[in-house]
Design a protein around this ligand. Sequence first.
Ligand SMILES: [Cu+2]
Length: 307
Amino acid sequence: MRRSILLAASALAALISQPALAKEVTLHLTAKEVSLPVDNKGTMQASWTFEGQVPGPLLRVTEGDTVTMVLTNDPGNKNSHSIDLHAARVDVIKDFEAIKPGETKTFQFVANHPGAFYYHCGSDPMYQHIARGMFGVILVDPKNPKALPKADREYVLVQSEVYANPDDLHSIMKADWSNVVFNGVAFKYDPVHDPAATKMLVAKPGERVRVYFVNAGPNEFSSFHPIAGIWDAVYPSGNPQNKKVGMQSMVVGPGDGATFDLISPVEGANVIVDHSMAHAHTGAMAVVMFSNDADPNMGRGDLILVP
Ligand SMILES: [Cu+2]
């Protein structure tokens, strides 16, 4: 009896560790021009977004998948928009072209490279569309489920700059931003530096916390560092073959991304920052609270990209 259970368990384990079968996946995104808060006090800004949120929805496919991307420009919008997916190898002119309000565009690619990739609007002027919030993350999970150690929790952080008046194109070209932020809002997950913040990222001591990080820019580099922690592993572009270990910080430039694993041996807080102080102290800080009674839902399901 015990032997047959063991055999069944090993057969199941063999099945689970098989490379994933390539699938055909269709992803839909709609460009929406909305008003969104850029700080915890609710200061609103006219934003250009994917699906009315900054960053846009987390897209997730598996290495080898054939992906059909369907972009709709909401008929209520005033501007042309497009999508540039860094996970795709296609024709920039034909596939990443801008479409007018009310139009829909479709293109296809094979997700050959695993990783944490940036996506953004490339409509002219691209730096303004990015500065107004038109960006997000597409994860291409490796087809071999053992290519990376299993993560206990996953979080997505996207860095970007907030410009006080994004109608002033000159201010964006001069990088004259007011705040550098994670996930669209200054100090969004940092009640330590902003009493108006209500959220934190959480995990238990010993858990492997995987942070998929993309720097949307449009201009500033990020020196990505966990205060009171050390990155157990860093994978530039999120590719398992790019493994670095024991990193204190890693620079992620605008338009780039990486996967960062963090494990705390003790209870207490780490603060993930862009260690460039002008960036951290205007909003690029996120608390990760390690406690034995951490909320089991955080860092899983819909709470990988914490709203
Ligand atoms: Cu756009």
